[in-house]
Structures are given as structure tokens and as C-alpha cells.
Design a protein around this ligand. Structure first.
Ligand code: GDP
Length: 451
């Protein structure tokens, strides 16, 4: 996500590190580098111009004169200006005062609307809402089916137009405006509190598409219209966004496919050019690859200052409290740390999603981008396969795993014996460390710690 932009900006700031004071030439040089980095990342020209002018003005005023650590001061200014172009404060969804809150999705075909619909449904459901999905993309073959699959994954019902396809609701019409209207009244009658309406897109902006989107909007009067934009489409993003702004007057932006290698800068421009905030980010094909967009956190991620808050939220969302308590109790009871525990811990981590993605959110100091590139999420799967190929006794007492057992386990899990050896060695070290922690009075802050 914004990798090359991030690398370029941090490299620029490195040049400022340790400087006692900045000259006007230093500021000029830095701003020039920032301008190049943004343009290379596909950020729209007017946005770059505005951004660099603001940074320059503030840097000259705030650093040249008095600041103790001018390099840091410049980073702080760039950070604040980035937050501004990303939309300022995090904005929450506007909820309806009476009846269901209606959210309509608009955007080009392939932008990621149908996928997003499933993600939003799952997100709201987890918050205790009762969402209903409405399938109004009657253009793209299979779009209805795809929404139904996503609905099923999210555990959320789908109001779909064709009789015969599995739907809890009866509806037979090919007119998306009618489907949208009926979907919303269905939600009102059955007391769903959020309705997410998926609409059709085209490969390019055309008047018919806009008219349809506008007609749907007028028919259902949504509280929110989200414009979904593929972060990979480059400079076209700005024109597409402006066309949709004029056509349907969206209220918020959702950036999709931020997991790709895209330079991503065009997506950064959208909020600034349209004046509408980015509300969510989509970062993969699974329904969990989804984040509420916080401009301040995204700015610090771009500047490689890490995004610890998002990381903690993801952990909280997926952490199993019972399992954590069981581990803590093992410490108190000073029981051995076994391969079963190792496996359980790994599953907890896996539930949080891709380890690679999580590592990417850590501040730059923790792991280099190069190490990150080499990291392979499948390593965890292989370790899991090895442990699963062991007998219960072997898992509790790995010491008994001799040569012939090693050969059996390696064959069973499809890894080489040397990979298995490495894993057992690493586990041995982890076990030793756990023992030390437990003997040394437990982990700080854990029950029974200071004894
Ligand atoms: P729609 O035409 O706007 O409804 O777009 P879809 O939701 O059908 O998405 C188009 C394609 O992009 C599908 O293959 C999705 O799996 C994929 N996709 C959607 N969102 C993301 C994302 O955030 N990351 C990645 N890598 N792929 C995505």
C-alpha cells in the first residue's frame, strides 16, 4: 500500500536528519523531492501543487527560524498536510433518524462494489446492526449471484430480483430502480436497520449509467452514497470521481484494492479533488480485508510511522479471550509450553488475517520492507501442517521425536526433514524462553506475576 511513495518520502526525510537548522535551500530541496515523489505516485497535479505550497510555506515559517529539530518538524508538517488531503478527521456514517439507514454503492464496473457490499454487511453485523443487501446490479452477468455468495459469507440476507434464484424474498423485475425501492421497503417492513444497495457499473463513465444511478438515488433517498474507486486505475481516478460527483453527488469515497502494488496516488487525490472524505479502505478479496479509513492513521502509515491503532483493533476483533486466559493460566500453573499451545497461538495470529499485512502496519523500525517482501504467509501453514502430522503424545513431549518419527512427520506434512528440524529447534527456543519467563516470576502484568 503506497509502498514506493512511502519509501521516497522517508528517504527524503533522512537527508534532513541531524541538521541543526534548515536553510531556505534545504526546504526548497525537500519540497522538490516531495513534489517528485507525489507526481511519480500518480497524485493529481493540482493536489500536488496545493500540498507542496502548503508544506513549503509552513516549513519556512516554522523551521528555519527556531525549531530544535527541524527535520522532525518537517515530517510533522508533511504528516498534518497529508491528513488534510486525505479528508481530515475520520467521518462516521450518517444514520437515519427513523427507519433503516440506506447506503448506496456507485462506481465503475470492477471497482469492487459487490465485494464491498459483503464487507460492509459483515462489518455492520459485527457491530450489532441488522443489515440487508439489495442486488440492483442487473447489468453484469452473475453480479446478483456474487452478491448472494457474499451475503451468505457475511451471514446477511440478500434481496434479489429474480425469482428462482435462492432468495428469501420474492421479486420479479428487471428494473433496478424498482428493485431498489422494493428492497428498501422490505427492509422497513422487516425492521432491518441498514440497507446496502449494490448498483451496476460500466467499463467507462456513460450518461445512461449516471442516469440509472441518479434514478436509484432519487427513488431510495440514501443517507450515504459511496463512490467506490479502484486504487489501481491511476490518473483516471480523478476524472472518474468528478464525473460521479456531478452525476450522483456521492457523500463518501471507498478506496478499493489498496493491497495491490499500485502507486495509489490517484486515489489519494480523490478526497482532495471532490472534497468528500474517504470512509473505508478495501485491501483484499476476502470479506475481512477491510478497514475504516482514518486519514491520520493512513498518513502515518505512508510516512512509515506505523499504524499501531489499526493493528490493535484488528487484534481485538479476532482475539479469543478464552484462549488468552487459558495461556495466562498455564503461566500461573507453570505448565509446560507444548506444540499444541504453539499451534493454538498461531491460529490466534492467523485469525487476525495476513501476518504480512500486519507487519506492514508496524513502524519502519520493526521490519524492513525487504524483510517484509521475503516474508511468506504460507510458512505458518507449513508449521501448522507439521504439528498436525504429529501424534498427541509427540506434541506434548517433542523430545521423543527421533529420526524415524521425523521422517514420518515430514512426509505426512509435505516438508523436508531439515525444515521440520528447524521448526523444532525454534520451538525448543520458544519453550525455553517461556520456561524462563514463568520461573522468573511470570510475565509482568499477568495474574500471579510477581511472586
Ligand atoms: P464490481 O463490478 O464493482 O461489483 O466489482 P467486484 O466487487 O465484482 O470486484 C471486481 C474484482 O475485484 C473481483 O475479482 C474482486 O474479487 C476483486 N476485488 C474487489 N475488491 C478487492 C480488493 O480490495 N483487493 C483485491 N485485490 N481485489 C479486490
Amino acid at each position: 500500500m503506497f509502498n514506493s511513495l512511502s519509501d521516497r518520502l522517508t528517504a527524503t526525510f533522512k537527508n534532513l536528519r541531524g541538521k541543526g537548522r534548515l536553510t531556505e535551500a534545504d526546504v526548497d530541496g525537500t519540497v522538490r523531492e516531495i513534489r517528485r515523489a507525489l507526481l511519480d505516485a500518480d497524485v493529481a497535479v493540482p493536489v500536488v501543487r496545493e500540498f507542496t505550497a502548503a508544506v513549503k510555506e509552513r516549513a519556512l515559517a516554522e523551521t528555519v527560524s527556531q525549531s530544535l529539530n527541524p527535520g522532525q518538524q518537517v515530517v510533522k508538517i508533511v504528516n498534518e498536510e497529508l491528513v488534510t488531503i486525505l479528508g481530515g478527521e475520520t467521518r462516521r456514517i450518517t444514520m437515519a433518524k427513523y427507519g433503516p439507514t440506506v447506503i448506496m454503492l456507485a462506481g465503475l464496473q470492477g471497482a469492487g462494489k459487490t465485494t464491498l457490499a459483503g464487507k460492509l454487511a459483515k462489518h455492520f453485523k459485527a457491530q450489532g446492526h441488522t443489515p440487508l443487501l439489495v442486488a440492483c446490479d442487473l447489468q453484469r452477468p452473475n453480479a446478483v449471484k456474487q452478491l448472494q455468495i457474499n451475503g451468505e459469507r457475511a451471514g446477511v440476507p440478500v434481496y434479489a430480483p429474480h425469482p428462482g434464484v435462492s432468495s428469501e424474498f420474492e421479486e420479479a423485475t428487471g428494473d433496478p430502480v424498482v428493485v431498489a425501492r422494493n428492497g428498501v421497503s422490505e427492509a422497513r417492513q422487516k425492521q432491518f436497520d441498514i440497507v446496502i444497495v449494490d448498483t451496476a457499473g460500466r467499463l467507462g463513465v456513460d450518461t445512461e449509467l449516471m442516469k440509472q444511478a441518479r434514478d436509484i438515488r432519487d427513488a431510495i433517498k440514501p443517507q450515504e452514497v459511496f463512490f467506490v474507486i479502484d486504487a489501481m486505475i491511476g490518473q483516471d481516478a480523478v476524472n472518474t470521481a468528478l464525473a460521479f460527483q456531478e452525476g450522483v453527488e456521492f457523500t463518501g469515497v471507498v478506496l478499493s484494492k489498496l493491497d495491490g502494488d499500485a502507486r495509489g496516488g490517484a486515489a489519494l487525490s480523490v478526497a482532495s479533488v471532490t472534497g468528500k472524505p474517504v470512509m473505508f479502505a478495501s485491501t483484499g478479496e476476502s470479506l475481512d480485508d477491510f478497514e475504516v479509513f482514518h486519514p491520520d492513521r493512513m498518513a502515518s502509515r505512508i510516512l512509515d510511522m506505523g499504524d499501531i491503532l489499526t493493528l490493535i483493533e484488528q487484534a481485538e476483533r479476532s482475539w479469543d479471550k478464552g484462549e488468552a486466559e487459558r495461556m495466562a493460566q498455564k503461566f500461573v500453573d507453570r505448565e509446560d509450553f507444548t506444540l499444541d499451545d504453539f499451534l493454538a497461538q498461531m491460529q490466534q495470529i492467523k485469525k487476525m488475517g495476513s501476518l504480512k499485512k500486519m507487519l506492514a502496519m508496524m513502524p519502519g523500525a520493526a521490519i524492513s520492507r525487504q524483510q517484509l517482501e521475503q516474508f511468506d504467509d504460507r510458512q505458518m501453514d507449513r508449521i501448522e501442517a507439521m504439528i498436525r502430522s504429529m501424534t498427541p503424545h509427540e506434541r506434548v513431549a517433542p523430545k521423543i521425536i527421533n529420526g524415524s518419527r521425523r521422517a514420518r512427520i515430514a512426509t505426512g506434512s509435505g516438508v523436508s526433514v531439515s525444515e521440520l528440524n528447524q521448526m523444532l529447534e525454534r520451538f525448543g527456543e520458544a519453550q525455553k524462553m517461556m520456561k524462563k519467563l514463568a520461573q522468573g516470576g511470570g510475565m509482568p502484568g499477568m495474574p500471579g506475576g510477581a511472586r
